[in-house]
Design a protein. Structure first.
Length: 369
């Protein structure tokens, strides 16, 4: 009875943590699986005007809470109007420029241009489109707060209208049925067209119907937290109010440095390595630990609450974008945890002399060099 009461209290403690039940099958064995997925080396799905490849729980079984898509769009190419029924979407623009349109359940809309280092967030069910506006290819990564995200949970406007009787479309839009004769009869996915003109600096009188919260955040423009071993930029709901289910971060780690041993109490972590090489070790309790080596284009994953560190193993800076499935950023660092406890307690815990801890850090280090 006591354990049941404790479980009920934890569920209602207001922490807004994702549910944490029995370990999923990939994590319940005596050995941990690999937490690396070589997304960059997989074959690319090529469309007229763009490319896409994904890492969902189908391709990467350990990634139960988050999924990702690596996508490119040429100038004028349009990822058509669509929405996601089973996940919110967080994105980071790696290179190039694109224009995004959105509509929310109050029928308020926003049209915004994005460049390198920008982040967008679309709550589940918000309609949107993405179009390359040049010059050059636009490259971005999409992350979804559901590892089971798939294109079967994506609803495209061309697919819907193509499967709606013409007489119903005629009634809906108050137009002749012939208007829709040449509309596609199946999903377009990526369409091609001219690059749109620049957005007007000032909207025309009476034309503004923007939502109260913008879908854009300029992460790369943010002043980073600077440590001996690198920098970190973090965007949670505190910085980006519309991002109600996810937090993102951009880490640059110097050669030989690392993101120290830590864990996230309230979220799983999905990673895309952008440049350099790295080593990540994950600790899963009961003597289980797994080390994987990463290069640019690889995806990494850390289950909620699992201890881990990331080390730059190359001779150049290593850059990685991280996404966590919680709007509140929480992280517990090993150095801060040990510094918070008396040396005598640590000596008892580890069975070594108390003097051993005299020179240990007295605060969180985060990124030692």
């Amino acid at each position: 009875m006591g354990s049941l009461l404790a479980s009920a209290a934890a569920a209602g403690d207001g922490t807004m943590q994702p549910p944490f039940g029995p370990a999923p099958p990939p994590l319940d064995g005596p050995e941990l699986p690999s937490f690396r997925f070589p997304l960059g080396s997989l074959p690319t799905n090529t469309f007229n005007g763009g490319t896409a490849k994904q890492a969902t729980v189908v391709e990467f079984p350990v990634s139960e809470k988050l999924a990702g898509v690596y996508m490119t769009l040429e100038p004028g190419a349009l990822r058509e109007l669509h929405w996601h029924a089973n996940a919110a979407e967080w994105a980071y623009v790696i290179e190039g420029r694109c224009r995004v349109t959105t509509i929310d359940p109050q029928n308020q809309c926003e049209i915004v241009d994005f460049g390198p280092g920008d982040v967008w967030y679309f709550p589940r069910g918000h309609g949107h489109s993405i179009q390359g506006i040049g010059p050059g290819t636009c490259v971005f990564v999409l992350v979804f707060d559901n590892g089971y995200f798939s294109e079967f949970g994506t609803f495209s406007i061309s697919d819907w209208l193509g499967h709606t009787p013409p007489e119903v479309l005629a009634k809906t839009f108050d137009l002749p049925q012939a208007t829709f004769a040449d509309f596609p009869k199946k999903e377009v996915y990526i369409a091609t067209g001219p690059v749109p003109p620049p957005i007007a600096q000032e909207p025309a009188p009476g034309s503004l119907n923007a939502p109260p919260l913008t879908h854009r955040y300029q992460l790369l423009a943010q002043s980073p937290d600077v440590f001996a071993g690198g920098t970190m930029r973090t965007v949670s709901q505190a910085e980006f109010p519309i991002s109600s289910t996810m937090t993102g971060a951009l880490l640059i780690i110097k050669p030989g440095a690392l993101r120290e041993l830590h864990w996230h109490p309230n979220a799983a972590e999905w990673q895309l390595y952008l440049r350099g090489s790295a080593r990540m070790a994950v600790f899963g309790s009961h003597g289980r630990a797994r080390t994987d080596e990463f290069v640019a284009g690889d995806v990494g994953y850390v289950p909620q609450g699992y201890g881990h560190y990331i080390e730059n193993t190359g001779s150049d800076d290593m850059e990685v974008v991280l996404v966590l499935n919680n709007a509140t950023y929480e992280s517990v660092s090993i150095t801060a945890w040990m510094a918070a406890n008396p040396d005598l307690l640590l000596a008892t815990n580890f069975g070594v002399p108390e003097a051993t801890f005299a020179k240990f850090p007295k605060n969180a280090v985060i990124m030692p060099d």
